[in-house]
Every structure is written in C-alpha cells, then in structure tokens.
Ligand binder design. Structure first.
Ligand code: PNS
Length: 161
C-alpha cells in the first residue's frame, strides 16, 4: 500500500492545496492530509474547522482522509505508515525553505521521502495569507478557494472585524 502524508497549516485550504491533493492522491493508494495543530501560531480557523473544511473540499476524492497532528511531520508520517511527505512548490521563493525542510526531515527519518509537486500555474500566486487578507477587506475570493469553504471564510473575516 503506497501511502503519503500532505502536511500543512491549511488556514484555510486554497485551490492550490486542492490541486496538490488531487494530483498526489492519484499517485498513491492513500493520501492523508495532515493538519498541523500548532499552538505557537494563532490561526484564523481552529484545527477542527480546518479539518472540516478540508473534508468538505475533498469529499469526492475517495482515497483521501484528513487528520490532525502535532509535533514533527516525519513522526506523523511514520505513525501513518506513509513513505512520502507531499509538498507543493509555487515558485522559486518556496524552494529554499522547502529544500531545507526536506533535508531536515530526511536526516531525521531516511525512510520518508519528500515528493514535490509544482503547483498548477493558475494557482501559483495563491496563498492562505492573501486569501484571508482579501476576504477581510471584502474582496472576491471565489477564484482562490474551494466553493465549499467560501462562505465560512467570509463569515470568519466578518467576525474578526
Ligand atoms: O502549510 P505550511 O504552514 O507551509 O506547512 C508547514 C508544515 C506544517 C509542513 C511544517 O511547518 C511542518 O512540518 N511542521 C511540523 C514540524 C516539523 O516537522 N518541521 C519540519 C522540520 S524543520
């Protein structure tokens, strides 16, 4: 069974994330989307909300499940019996950090490889941070995030004002 973990913050999930999820899910038997429960950061959405949004956005992809984790991605991947960590690369600016993280992860667990997928060009400029900013100021986010999560993002942005 070929299993991969796609770890991330997903605060919130974007169309770029969904594209990586769809494409990596087609390469493995099972893809586990791991939502980091990071107490150091103050996310816009709780980890439970982020999981629900990802579940709604991926409900038609049968070999994807969404879970939370805290601690190291490699430890979570090992717990899941996964051989791969999936990460998306949007631009060269992502590369330095991602390369460092992949080397660090591999030095901690040589049995887990990082699989990089280049983000679809049409989503390459999208990030969770810019989505939140646009939503906060009432801009159009419909081309940035899965339909299933649009209303929840606007509602939360409104609550934060
Ligand atoms: O969506 P993000 O915020 O870019 O995802 C970053 C994430 C969650 C993949 C990364 O911060 C992570 O793996 N955090 C858990 C701790 C860890 O394993 N760090 C990597 C070793 S430096």
């Amino acid at each position: 069974m070929k299993r991969a973990v796609y770890p991330g913050s997903f605060d919130p999930v974007t169309l770029g994330h969904l594209d990586i999820i769809e494409r990596s899910a087609s390469l493995v038997d099972e893809l586990i989307v791991g939502v980091l429960n990071n107490h150091a950061k103050t996310p816009l959405f709780s980890v439970e909300e982020r999981v629900t949004m990802l579940q709604d956005a991926t409900k038609d992809i049968t070999n994807v499940r969404v879970e939370t984790f805290s601690g190291l991605s490699v430890d979570f991947a090992k717990q899941c019996n996964a051989g791969f960590l999936v990460r998306g690369l949007r631009a060269i600016t992502d590369f330095e950090y991602e390369l460092q993280m992949a080397h660090t992860n591999r030095s901690m667990d040589s049995e887990i490889d990082t699989l990089f997928l280049t983000t679809n060009l049409k989503y390459a400029y999208i990030s969770s941070t810019t989505v939140k900013e646009v939503a906060f100021y009432g801009g159009d986010i419909t081309h940035f995030v899965p339909e299933a999560v649009i209303d929840r993002i606007y509602r939360r942005a409104e609550e934060k004002k």
